[in-house]
Ligand binder design. Structure first.
Ligand code: PLP
Length: 332
C-alpha cells in the first residue's frame, strides 16, 4: 500500500471566491491548480484545511463521518484567518458530491477514503502582509487510505516538551499549515535525539496535544483530557471518543493535566494513554520521555480500554454497531 496521503483521485471539487462571491462548484483535474507566484497563501500562509473520512459498509453503502463537525471547524478556521467566509451548504455538497463520484473507489475497512477540504488565499499581492486576501479558492481532494495500523498497534514513544509550544497560542484551534510548519523542527529533533514518535507539547507543564492528534489519559474508569480552549485543535475524534466513553459508563473529565500529574499517574498499573485523531483513530502510547528519563505507561502495552474505545468507534464507522448519535451521512 502506498504511503498515507500520496494517492489522489484524479478529479476534485473546486470553487473560487471573487468579487465578494463564491463561484459555482466545478469538478476539475486534481493534478494541478494555477496561481500567481505572488498569491497571498504562498507568502502570508492564508491557508486552512480539514481531514475527514468516508467509509464503506458491508451492504455497499458509503458514509461520511461527522461531516458537520469538520465543516464547522473549516468555517471557523477560515474566519479566524480572515479568509473569505465559507458557505456551509456549498462545501458540504462539494464533499458529498465528490465522494459520490468516487464511491466505487472507497476502500473496504480497515481502509477508507480520506477527504481533504482546503481553503487558500489567492490574491496576487505581496503587499498584504497585514491585510487579508480578497480572493480565495477552496477545493476537496480525495485520497484512498489503508490501515494506518498495518504493522500492528505498537505503542508510541512521546517526548514531553515543557519549554516549546506547537504554535502561537492564539492559533491553536485553527487547522492551518503554519501550525504544522511551526511544530516540524522540534518533532524532527525529538525523533533523532530521543527516538520519539511524537512530541506531546506541554507549555509550562500544561499537557496539550501532539503535532497532529489530541491526547487522552485513561485511569481505570476515568478518561481525562484537556478542556477545550483556544490553544489547541478541537478534535472531532476527541469529542467522539469522550461520547463513547460516557456511553460505556466511564467518568469523563475535561480539565487541565500537569506533566507532574501525568508522570505520577502513568506509572500506576492500569493507567493508559492514547492519541486521538482522524488518521490515528485512538493510538496507544507506551512511553513518556521527560528530562532524559523514560516512563513506561502502565505495562507499556496497548491499553485494554484504549483498544475497546478504538473498536467501538471503528464499529460505528464501519457499520457494525448502531450509529445512535447520527454521526454518519449516507452518500451512496
Ligand atoms: C494538531 C491536531 N490536533 C488534533 C487533531 C485531531 O483532530 P481530529 O480528531 O478532528 O482529526 C489533529 C488532526 O487530525 C491535529 O492536526
Amino acid at each position: 500500500m502506498a504511503v498515507f496521503g500520496t494517492v489522489f483521485m484524479p478529479k476534485m471539487a473546486m470553487a473560487t471566491f471573487e468579487n465578494q462571491k463564491w463561484s459555482e462548484t466545478q469538478v476539475v483535474s486534481s493534478d494541478a491548480i494555477s496561481m500567481h507566484p505572488g498569491a497571498h497563501v504562498l507568502h502570508y500562509s492564508s491557508t486552512c484545511f480539514e481531514g475527514l473520512k468516508a467509509f464503506r459498509h458491508e451492504d455497499g453503502g458509503i458514509y461520511v463521518f461527522r461531516m458537520d463537525q469538520n465543516v464547522a471547524r473549516f468555517k471557523q478556521s477560515s474566519q479566524l484567518l480572515n479568509l473569505p467566509p465559507v458557505d456551509d451548504a456549498q462545501i458540504s455538497k462539494m464533499i458529498l458530491d465528490i465522494v459520490a463520484m468516487y464511491a466505487d473507489e472507497v476502500p473496504e475497512p480497515p481502509g477508507s477514503m480520506y477527504i481533504r477540504p482546503t481553503h487558500i488565499g489567492m490574491e496576487a499581492s505581496i503587499g498584504k502582509a497585514a491585510a487579508p486576501s480578497a480572493t480565495s479558492m477552496m477545493y476537496v481532494l480525495l485520497s484512498p487510505v489503508g490501515d494506518y495500523f498495518a504493522g500492528g498497534a505498537k505503542p508510541l514513544r512521546l517526548l514531553l516538551d515543557e519549554t516549546g509550544m506547537r504554535c502561537a497560542p492564539h492559533m491553536g484551534m485553527i487547522k492551518s499549515g503554519g501550525n504544522y510548519a511551526s511544530a516540524l523542527g522540534p518533532i524532527l529533533e525529538a525523533r533523532s535525539e530521543v527516538q520519539a514518535d511524537q512530541i506531546l507539547f506541554c507549555p509550562n507543564g500544561d499537557v496539550q496535544e501532539t503535532g497532529a492528534a489530541n491526547f487522552v489519559l485513561i485511569d481505570g474508569n476515568e478518561i481525562i483530557t484537556k478542556a477545550l480552549d483556544s490553544s489547541f485543535l478541537h478534535g472531532v475524534t476527541r469529542s467522539s471518543v469522550l461520547t463513547l466513553a460516557a456511553d460505556m459508563g466511564m467518568t469523563v473529565s475535561e480539565r487541565d493535566i500537569t506533566v507532574e500529574e501525568l508522570l505520577e499517574r502513568a506509572q500506576k498499573p492500569g493507567t493508559e494513554a492514547a492519541l486521538s485523531g482522524t488518521a490515528a483513530v485512538l493510538t496507544p502510547v507506551g512511553t513518556f520521555i521527560h528530562n532524559g528519563k523514560e516512563y513506561q505507561v502502565g505495562n507499556g502495552e496497548p491499553g485494554e480500554t484504549t483498544m475497546k474505545l478504538r473498536q467501538r468507534l471503528n464499529d460505528i464507522q464501519w457499520g457494525k454497531a448502531q450509529d445512535k448519535h447520527n454521526w454518519l451521512v449516507k452518500i451512496a
